[in-house]
Design a protein around this ligand. Structure first.
Ligand code: UGB
Length: 598
């Protein structure tokens, strides 16, 4: 007390709270009043921020930490008493009648949707220096992730408004959760590109705060090693998104505006929007309060598994169990081999891709009770088996997919499984780690992320009746991948399978060396034979039919080494660049009907 500067009443309350919660050490080194007063004030500014950004404030944080650290020390398993089993959900088959019906329902529902992108992570595993949203989804067009996401949402908005003729035009809101690590770069990227065509008022950025680090099992807050007036902080995880949405008041705004669905997604999955319409259709037709998108998952693959957990006391929930917990849980509950593939060649537990669709009303009701607090965990690295001290400070963490953990068993929690090739190909791993991934398991690298786009688009065209050449295999940055024709289209061209079918007429064929770029809403391919590179650009008011045979030397993939620092990082993390030798580029900038016949 003698060492305190002249404090405001709020600061005194904060100091008292810290002392009461066993944090006296934070002040032990403070010199007498008059020395470092400015820094002491900024210490309290930080404490006030940490206090207001955590549901229940720092008192709750410290108490939760004490409890979780004690459980961790005692080796308590969070899944004690729970038996895992394979839950049931919707398994969709791309392109069949049911899928097409669901896409139609999903597009209709989209006018009542809001999107939430969690983009506060730095992507340490990828090792890329910029924000991941700025990375190209593919390098044929160079369109980056945030551009692709925004254009997809805008297309959904248009399509949904068209379906609801006569009613007012939808404006789908987008929230982006950032962190100190990503906020300013995200703002710069959006502002310097005019929000990629979205109204700036449609986009809301919510910045998550980091949480205090913990030095020991008594949850004593850690001081920053470089600044004794600062508490060391680390990210709390993507689970923060729920508390932020709640505290920002935006959920209430959405309820008033008639929003019914909130769709959460991650920063680097270029395939995601191919799966959105049908999954939203599942939520609407099944009346799911929570719908987790999932893909078939190889046993032990580093993504969580959607699991039904039934407790001895009768509780049960359908929840994501992280891959490193699923295997031991299975072993402990009568499955001596743990997480293994079944006859299908995949684990029976579908893989969580962290894309959630929540119905707003029950979500809001739940958050009104919890204030968005999500079940947390702690992962201290102990110095030795006595578990009395840590190698370095730790902190509490939380994951957005743990939201259903607090729901009552009557909540309608389901999932939707889609083919991986259609729905999931994130960019998370750096080339060196990706090259070490066991054969047959996905690399989740920039290389595989880009190749997945070409494969999905090729397979979709094939399903629509085009004759697509088979892929070749090649090795980039030590990763063996299938190389399909480099097919890309802007979301405007096609969002659903029905869109593709309408625009690809009979008799089209594409050779393996080909590249096709479609930038335009009303471009129709009719008996097109492509062997080379074709780019078609058209304004919305131009209706263009492309037919005949297009042949040229095209664009080729050149191998490059990721260690070659003379090449931009965005390119070398893929292990290839594109050499543009020859192409046919068609551009239609005036309204009208056009036919190009080669
Ligand atoms: N993110 C934030 O916005 N804030 C944070 O503090 C941290 C992350 P990672 P992770 O798709 O394969 C998840 O780091 O957490 C954002 C699921 O938990 O890429 O290791 C970040 O910007 C796992 O079950 O993934 O694993 C990014 O957009 C599985 O589904 C997103 O959160 C796995 O993703 C995910 O962060 C997967």
């Amino acid at each position: 007390r003698k060492n305190l500067v002249v404090l405001s009443s709020e600061e005194i309350e904060l100091a008292k709270m810290l002392l009461h919660e066993g944090q006296k050490h934070l002040f032990d080194h403070w010199p007498e009043p008059g020395v470092d007063d400015g820094r002491k004030k900024s210490f309290f500014d930080q404490v006030a921020r940490l206090n207001s950004s955590y549901p229940g404030g720092l008192v709750s944080y410290i108490q939760n930490a004490k409890r979780l650290l004690a459980d961790s020390k005692a080796g308590k398993n969070p899944y004690d008493g729970f038996t895992p089993s394979v839950p049931s959900g919707e398994v969709l088959k791309f392109g069949d009648d049911h899928f097409i019906m669901l896409e139609e329902v999903g597009v209709r529902e989209a006018r009542k949707a809001a999107f939430v992108l969690v983009a506060g992570g730095l992507g340490e595993r990828l090792g890329y220096k910029g924000i991941k949203l700025s990375l190209p989804v593919e390098t044929t067009t160079g369109r980056c992730f945030i551009q692709h996401y925004i254009e997809s949402i805008l297309t959904l908005q248009e399509a949904s408004s068209r379906q609801a003729q006569g009613q007012c035009k939808a404006e789908i809101p987008l929230v982006i959760m950032t962190s100190d690590d990503t906020h300013s770069s995200t703002v710069d990227l959006l502002e310097s590109n005019n929000y990629f065509g979205m109204k700036s008022t449609q986009v809301t950025l919510l910045k998550q705060e980091k949480v205090a680090c913990l030095d020991d099992n008594d949850a004593r807050l850690a001081l920053d090693p470089n600044d004794k007036y600062k508490i060391q902080t680390k990210p709390h995880g993507h689970g923060d998104v729920h508390a932020l949405l709640y505290s920002s008041g935006i959920l209430d705004v959405w309820r008033t505006a008639g929003i019914k669905w909130v769709l959460f997604f991650q920063d680097t999955n270029g395939l995601l929007f191919k799966a959105i319409p049908a999954s939203l259709g599942v939520s609407a037709t099944k009346g799911y309060h929570v719908n987790s998108l999932a893909v078939p998952r190889k046993a032990k693959e580093a993504i969580g598994g959607i699991t039904k957990l039934t407790h001895t006391d009768g509780r049960s929930m359908v929840i994501n169990v992280e891959y490193n917990q699923l295997d031991p849980l299975l072993r402990a509950t009568g499955h001596p081999d743990g997480d293994v593939n079944c006859d299908t060649g995949f684990s029976p537990f579908p893989g969580n891709i962290n894309q959630l669709i929540l119905e707003l009303e029950p979500y809001f009701e739940e958050l009104s009770k919890t204030r968005g607090a999500i079940s947390e965990f702690v992962n201290p690295k102990y110095k030795d088996s006595t578990k009395t001290s840590f190698k370095s400070s730790t902190r509490l963490e939380c994951m957005m997919q743990d939201y259903p953990k607090t729901l009552s068993p009557s909540a309608r929690v389901g999932f939707t499984v889609m083919d991986t090739w259609l729905a999931y190909s994130p960019v998370k791993n750096n080339p060196e780690d990706a090259a070490k991934v066991p054969k047959g398991n996905p690399y989740h690298s920039a290389t595989s992320g880009e190749m997945a786009i070409y494969r999905a688009n090729s397979l979709i065209l094939k399903k629509a009746g085009a004759q697509m050449a088979d892929p070749i295999t090649d090795v980039f940055n030590g990763q063996e991948v299938e190389v399909w024709p480099r097919i890309t289209w802007s979301p405007k061209w096609a969002l659903t399978f029905s869109d593709v079918k309408r625009k690809v007429e009979a008799g089209c064929s594409v050779s393996q060396i080909s590249t096709l770029v479609i930038n335009g809403q009303n471009v129709f391919l009719d008996s097109l034979s492509l062997d080379g590179t074709l780019i078609v650009n058209a304004i919305d008011e131009a209706e263009v039919k492309v037919t005949g045979s297009v042949q040229n030397k095209g664009w080729v993939l050149e191998h490059i080494d990721y260690k070659d620092t003379s090449i931009p990082e965005k390119t070398r993390i893929r292990g290839f660049g594109i050499q543009k030798i020859e192409q046919l580029e068609l551009s239609y900038t005036e309204p009208g009907n056009f036919c190009f016949k080669s």
